[in-house]
Design a protein around this ligand. Structure first.
Ligand code: ARG
Length: 470
C-alpha cells in the first residue's frame, strides 16, 4: 500500500471530495479506522462496470455528452487494467475502492473525471457493486456444487451395489447401499443450490438511481441502467435500496447451510477413516502426519471444514447483528457487511473445492463395510416384518423378534444363520420362507419404494442425477 507521501493535502488542495466543508484534515487514526479499501478493492471490476452504465445513463438523460461519456468510459477502462495488472497505486486518502477509482480517473482524464459521480452516491453505488459481485459469485458457487455432486454420483455409481450398515444414533440399524448414503448428500447439495438460486432472484435487482437515500435529481432512466447491466428489475424504494442488506443475509444463510452439510460429511469421513471403522481410506495428499508420532495419518481437511463451519455461522450472525436496530437509511455500520460476506464466500468456496477433490480420490474398503454388516442384528426388522405377513400384529411381532435377538446375542449367533427350528421356538408362525428374508441383499431390495435403498431405486436415482447434472 502507498506511503504517506501524498498527505500534502491541506491548504487549498483538499485531499477529500468533501474537504470543503471541513476546517481540519481527517485525523490519521480516523483515516485508518474508516478505510475499507483492503476489503472492498475486490469489487473494482464490478464498480467500474456499474460506473460505465451510470455514465451511459447520464448521457441518455442529457447530463453528459456522448464525447464526455466515451472519455470517462475509456479512462475507467484504463483504471481497470491498472487494478487488474496490480499496477494501481492506492493512496492513504483512498478511503474505499469507489473513491480510489474516481481519484485515479481524474488523474488520468482531468476534471471531467469529476462528472462521473453526478447524481450518484456511494450508498447506491456500493449497493449496486455488491449485487453485481454476488450475482457472479453465487453462480460460480452453484457451478462448483454441481461438480461436487457429479463426483459424489460417480462414486455412488462405482460402488453401486456395495452394502453397508445404515445407522441411527450411530448404532447399526439396517443395511443400506453405500451409494444410497452418498446420494443422501447429493440431495442436500441439490437443495443448497436451490437456496442459492432463490437468493439470486432477490439480489438480482438494480438499486442505482436511489442516490444517497431519496432518489436522483436527474432524469435518469433507471430501467435503461438495469438493461445495460442485465438486471430484470429495479428497486422500488430509494430508502430501502440503500439500507437493504437482506439479500446478503440470504446468501450467507445459504452458505451456512452448505457448510453445515459439508461438516456432517466431514464428521462421517473422520469417523469412517478411523482404524476402528476403516470404511474408507482418505487420499494421502489430503491428510497430514504428526510431527511426533510417525504412524499418524490425520484427517485434517475434513476437520478444518468442520471447524470453518463455525466461522461461516459467525459471519451470518455478524450480518444479522449489524442490521439489527439500524435506523434507515445508510449508516456507516453497513461497511462491516463486506468482511463477513466475503469471508463466508471464500471459506465456502474453498471448502467445496477441497472436498470435491478429496471425494474424487476417496477409496472405499468394501471388505470392512461387509464385515460391519455382521454382529449387529441388523436383519431384526426383516424378521418382524415377516411375521406381519403371517398375520401377527406388528407390536407383537416386534416383541417376538426382540426375544429372538436377545437369545441370538446370548448364544453368539448371527440372525442370518438361524434355522427355522431355532425360530419356531419363539413363534409357530415361522415357515421356511423366512430364510429368504434373512439376507442383507434381500433386506436392501425390499426397500423398493421411491427413496428407498433397493438396488433398482438407487440405480434409477443415479441415472436421473447423472442426466440432471450433465
Ligand atoms: N465504503 C462504504 C461502504 O462500504 C461505501 C459507502 C459510503 N457511504 C457513506 N455515506 N460514507 O459502506
Amino acid at each position: 500500500m502507498a506511503s504517506r507521501k501524498s498527505g500534502k493535502a491541506a491548504g487549498n488542495k483538499p485531499s477529500k471530495a468533501w474537504a470543503g466543508r471541513f476546517r481540519e484534515q481527517t485525523n490519521r487514526l480516523v483515516e485508518a479506522f474508516t478505510r475499507s479499501v483492503a476489503v472492498d478493492r475486490r469489487l473494482y471490476a464490478h464498480d467500474i462496470q456499474g460506473s460505465i452504465a451510470h455514465c451511459r445513463t447520464l448521457a441518455k438523460a442529457g447530463v453528459l455528452t456522448r464525447r464526455e461519456t466515451a472519455t470517462i468510459a475509456k479512462g475507467l477502462q484504463s483504471v481497470c487494467r491498472e487494478l487488474e495488472q496490480d499496477r494501481f497505486r492506492f493512496l492513504p486518502e483512498d478511503e474505499d475502492i469507489h473513491m480510489a477509482i474516481e481519484r485515479r480517473l481524474t488523474e488520468l482524464i482531468g476534471p471531467l473525471g469529476g462528472k462521473l459521480h453526478t447524481g450518484r452516491s456511494r450508498n447506491d453505488q456500493v449497493a449496486l457493486d455488491i449485487r453485481l459481485y454476488l450475482r457472479d459469485e453465487v453462480k460460480a458457487l452453484i457451478g462448483r456444487l454441481t461438480e461436487f455432486q457429479r463426483v459424489l454420483v460417480a462414486q455412488a455409481q462405482a460402488h453401486e451395489n456395495v452394502p453397508m450398515p445404515g445407522y441411527t444414533h450411530l448404532q447399526r440399524a439396517q443395511p443400506v447401499l453405500f451409494a444410497h448414503h452418498l446420494l443422501a448428500y447429493v440431495e442436500m447439495f441439490e437443495r443448497d443450490k436451490g437456496r442459492l438460486d432463490d437468493a439470486h432472484v432477490r439480489l438480482n435487482v438494480m438499486p442505482l438511481g436511489s442516490g444517497a437515500l431519496a432518489g436522483s435529481n436527474y432524469p435518469v432512466d433507471r430501467l435503461y441502467t438495469a438493461s445495460l447491466l442485465d438486471f430484470p428489475a429495479v428497486t422500488q424504494n430509494s430508502l430501502d435500496a440503500v439500507s437493504d442488506r437482506d439479500f446478503m443475509i440470504e446468501v450467507s444463510s445459504a452458505l451456512a447451510v452448505v457448510m453445515m452439510h459439508l461438516s456432517r460429511m466431514s464428521e462421517e469421513l473422520i469417523i469412517w477413516s478411523t482404524q476402528e471403522f476403516h470404511f474408507v481410506d482418505l487420499p494421502d495428499g489430503f491428510c497430514t502426519g504428526s510431527s511426533m508420532m510417525p504412524q499418524k495419518k490425520n484427517p485434517d481437511v475434513p476437520e478444518l471444514v468442520r471447524g470453518k463451519t463455525g466461522r461461516v455461522y459467525g459471519h451470518l450472525m455478524s450480518l444479522m447483528t449489524t442490521l439489527k436496530a439500524l435506523p434507515l437509511s445508510y449508516n456507516r455500520d453497513l461497511q462491516e457487511d463486506k468482511p463477513a460476506l466475503f469471508d463466508a464466500l471464500d471459506t465456502t468456496r474453498d471448502s467445496v473445492a477441497v472436498m470435491t477433490e478429496l471425494m474424487r480420490r476417496l477409496r472405499v474398503d468394501r471388505e470392512a463395510l461387509t464385515r460391519a454388516l455382521t454382529g449387529g442384528g441388523m436383519l431384526a426388522t426383516e424378521i418382524a416384518d415377516y411375521l406381519v405377513t403371517k398375520g401377527v400384529p406388528f407390536r407383537e411381532a416386534h416383541a417376538i423378534t426382540g426375544r429372538v435377538v436377545r437369545w441370538a446375542l446370548d448364544e453368539g449367533r448371527e440372525l442370518s444363520d438361524l434355522s427355522v427350528e431355532d425360530l419356531l421356538a419363539f413363534s409357530p408362525r415361522f415357515e421356511k420362507s423366512v430364510l429368504e428374508r434373512l439376507t442383507v441383499q434381500g433386506a436392501i431390495d425390499r426397500k423398493a419404494q421411491i427413496g428407498g435403498t433397493a438396488r433398482e431405486q438407487v440405480a434409477r436415482r443415479i441415472k436421473e442425477l447423472t442426466k440432471r447434472l450433465a
